[in-house]
Design a protein around this ligand. Structure first.
Ligand code: GRF
Length: 202
């Protein structure tokens, strides 16, 4: 089976992007990272992607009058690059319904909590304020509702006494870097699909 041409969308550091790029170097990995696209020209991850020899593209949301027009430009870039699958990895833009519907079933996101608990931003702060004893990360299909898509895979970590948002984030991030490559592999291999609004495993 040909490898699935995959785009990673980032806005910042790009550590999950790097984990995906590393995993995709394995000859038998079913996805090929064909494009890294960022809405932020100065995103650190862009430089790392270029270092790794991955084609990159910047589309600043600031030059578009609306969310929809920005998403149309992103969609055109994905189509130009003949992209099959999309991984959001710290991509800090809410996407329009039309864009999400077009890529539904072919687009994943990673979120640093055990969804459906703690969606949104300032996740580790929310987790610590709630006093839960475990947190983790979730890879899910992207649907129009934010951080609400069907779950593909999760990993959990303990919340330890004395944790700060930073120490908890670091512990979760270690798991993110293992989980995202696994989840993309499952999707690219056809081991998971979005069927009737649910994640179905084969
Ligand atoms: C990660 O914690 C991810 O779960 C969240 O944003 C962060 C991105 O980090 N969506 P990085 O850019 O992959 O290093």
């Amino acid at each position: 089976m040909p490898k699935k041409r995959t785009a990673i969308l980032i806005s910042g550091r790009g550590s999950n992007m790097r984990a995906l790029i590393e995993a995709a170097k394995a000859p038998d990995y079913p996805a090929d990272i064909a494009l890294v696209l960022s809405n932020v020209e100065t995103a650190e991850g862009l430089a790392r992607a270029r270092d790794a020899g991955i084609p990159t593209k910047v589309i600043s949301h600031k030059v578009f009058a609306s969310r929809e027009e920005f998403d149309i430009a992103v969609d055109a870039a994905l189509t130009d690059a003949r992209i099959d699958l999309v991984c959001l990895a710290g991509f800090m833009r809410i996407q329009s319904e039309a864009f999400v519907r077009k890529w539904q079933g072919r687009m994943l996101n990673i979120h640093p909590s055990l969804l459906p608990a703690f969606p949104g931003t300032r996740v580790h702060e929310q987790v610590l304020a709630a006093g839960v004893t475990r947190s983790g990360c979730t890879v899910h299909f992207v649907v129009p509702e934010l951080d609400a898509g069907p779950i593909v895979a999760q990993a959990s970590v303990p919340v330890l006494p004395g944790d700060t948002p930073q120490t908890l984030a670091a512990r979760v991030l270690v798991e993110e870097h293992k989980l995202y490559p696994l989840a993309l592999q499952m999707l690219a291999d056809g081991k998971v699909a979005l069927v009737g609004g649910r994640a179905t495993f084969y």
